[in-house]
Design a protein around this ligand. Structure first.
Ligand code: NAD
Length: 259
């Protein structure tokens, strides 16, 4: 009998760009996609850490192009993505993941810098990367975009407004791009992590992490980066062909827990 299922769960051979790949969830995504046979373009501002991750995924057999890019520099983003498209002969998957946390109160001296850089890297750069990758994504049989936002796209932690605004923008960009690019078969989705053990949360003492997890998550713990990478993978599979404009919360229940 002919098989009913026709859609593939393999990204083997696909070209995937991952930003913020030198650490945390970006690094975990690079490892997972490498295990799945993808060809990788890894972008980060931290050259040393990026080279380490490139070496790690190369050692498991992945083809990898690491590029040092400051994502707040639009010309550098455009040049990097053009170079990636030319190097691999196409682009199938774009994961806009890079980010950082710069807490600042609205009336503090640190606020303008926090605002400018947060918006530049976690919102504006996602749009520039999509824009630059589009000519290549249009040639792909299964074009996929994932923007990494946060539970801060659904609420607000105090004194974190630049980050909160950037994450709301990332979610808005996801929805707008899903609507605009849907007719071309390009899917655009948003992964919203809760608390994850990465570079961003490294400085939070273990006890404070556990206190937060007990108070705010249903699962009573932080996530490991790989748990978020798996969610990202699920959205870039060829089989994820009718999922677009979606928000995938990977938050251990933060957003559904009232008490
Ligand atoms: P991380 O610090 O481990 O990794 C972030 C990477 O982004 C770093 O390698 C960093 O060098 C890179 N980066 C920062 N600024 C850049 C720039 N201007 N140009 C290029 N690269 C740059 O942190 P992470 O937690 O893995 O962060 C990944 C994403 O997840 C971010 O968008 C973050 O906001 C989001 N997020 C994190 C958490 C968490 O609890 N860790 C929760 C929700 C959302």
């Amino acid at each position: 009998m002919a098989r009913l299922s026709k859609l593939s769960r393999s990204i083997a051979g696909s070209v995937a760009i991952i930003t913020g790949a030198a650490s945390g969830m970006g690094r975990a995504t690079a490892h997972l996609f490498a295990d799945e046979g993808a060809r990788l373009a890894l972008i980060d501002i931290n050259t040393g850490a990026l080279e380490v991750v490139a070496g790690e995924v190369r050692s498991v057999g992945a083809e990898v192009l690491p590029l040092t890019v400051d994502l707040s520099d639009r010309a550098a983003v455009e040049a990097a993505i053009a170079r990636i498209g030319a190097h691999f002969g196409g682009i199938d998957i774009l994961v806009n993941n890079a980010g950082f946390a710069l807490l600042a109160e609205i009336d503090s001296d640190a606020y303008p810098h926090s605002w400018d850089t947060s918006l530049a890297v976690m919102a504006t750069a996602q749009a520039w990367a999509i824009r630059a990758a589009l000519p290549f994504l249009r040639q792909s049989p299964h074009p996929r975009i994932v923007n990494v936002a946060s539970t801060e796209a659904h609420g607000a932690t105090r004194f974190n407004s630049a980050y909160v605004v950037a994450k709301h923008a990332s979610l808005g960009l996801t929805r707008a791009m899903a609507v605009d690019l849907g007719k071309e078969g390009i899917t655009v989705n948003c992964v919203c992590p809760g608390p994850v053990r990465t570079g961003i949360t490294d400085a939070i003492p273990e006890e404070a992490k556990q206190t937060f997890a007990n108070r705010r998550t249903a699962l009573r713990r932080y996530a490991e980066p790989e748990e978020v990478a798996q969610a990202t993978l699920s959205l870039v599979l060829p089989a994820a062909s009718f999922i677009t404009g979606a928000t995938l919360l990977v938050d251990g229940g933060v957003t559904i827990r009232n008490a």
